[in-house]
Design a protein. Structure first.
Length: 215
C-alpha cells in the first residue's frame, strides 16, 4: 500500500450496512499505534484531529471519552477508530486506537478459531491498511502558518520528511449555534426529523428544509 498516495478522511457509514466499532477484538491497532506513534499525547492528538477533520460525526461516551473519530483506511468498509486518551502517559497510546468494520467482512473471521484469524488474508490486509492510516496522522495540517501533526507543532525542517500537508477542515471557523445543544433531547428529535424528511438520509433531509423554506 502506498503511504504517500493515501490520505485519511472522516468515515461515512453506508445506510443499510451493519457496522461494529471496538477498541480491541478481531484487531488490535492500538498495539501497532504504540509502536508507530511512541509517546503520543491525547491533548496534541485531539487538537490535530479537530483541525484536520473538524467536529466528529461519531458519538462517544461523554463520561469516559474526550471525543471519538472514525477514519478511513485504504480498505473498504474497515476503519480506524481514534479516541484521544487524557489519562496517564504510561501505555496510553494503545488505549487511543481501535477499529470499525462492516459485519459481512467480520463474520468469516468470527467463525474462525482465534489462532487462525491472524493468518487470514482479510486480517493481514486490514492490519496493514490500519497501519497506513496510523502513519497518516503524522501528515501536517496548518494553523495559520504553523504546521502541526498528531504530536503537536512540527519544526519547519521536519516537514519535508513527512507526508505532504493537507488543508484544514473545510468548515474551520464556522460555529455551531448554541441553541442546537441547549436541549439534547430536542437535538436528537431534530436529527430524527431531518432523517425522516430525507427517507433515512440526513443530508437529503437538510436539502428538503432548504428547498422548502428558502426557495
Amino acid at each position: 500500500m502506498n503511504q504517500k498516495s493515501f490520505i485519511a478522511q472522516v468515515a461515512h457509514l453506508e445506510t443499510g450496512k451493519s457496522y461494529s466499532v471496538a477498541s480491541i477484538g478481531l484487531f488490535d491497532p492500538g498495539k501497532s499505534a504504540a509502536r508507530i506513534l511512541t509517546g503520543l499525547q491525547g491533548g496534541n492528538l485531539f487538537a490535530y484531529l479537530f483541525r484536520r477533520f473538524g467536529y466528529p460525526d461519531l458519538g462517544w461516551d461523554s463520561h469516559k471519552d474526550l471525543v471519538n473519530y472514525l477514519l478511513t483506511i485504504p480498505m473498504a468498509d474497515v476503519f480506524l477508530y481514534v479516541c484521544p486518551y487524557m489519562g496517564t502517559a504510561t501505555s496510553s497510546v494503545q488505549l487511543m486506537f481501535g477499529y470499525g468494520i462492516e459485519q459481512s467482512i467480520a463474520d468469516p473471521l468470527y467463525r474462525m478459531h482465534p489462532l487462525e484469524v491472524e493468518k487470514h488474508p482479510i486480517y493481514k490486509q486490514a492490519m496493514q491498511a490500519m497501519e497506513v492510516a496510523i502513519r497518516d496522522l503524522l501528515r501536517p495540517v496548518y494553523v495559520r502558518d504553523v504546521p502541526i501533526n498528531c504530536y503537536g507543532c512540527v519544526p519547519d525542517e521536519e516537514c519535508d520528511k513527512l507526508p505532504k500537508a493537507v488543508e484544514p477542515y473545510h468548515a474551520a471557523g464556522y460555529c455551531v449555534p448554541s441553541e442546537f445543544y441547549q436541549d439534547t433531547d430536542r437535538w436528537e428529535q431534530f436529527c430524527d426529523a431531518l432523517e425522516m424528511l430525507g427517507n433515512g438520509d440526513f443530508g437529503k433531509g437538510m436539502d428538503c428544509v432548504i428547498r422548502d423554506l428558502l426557495h
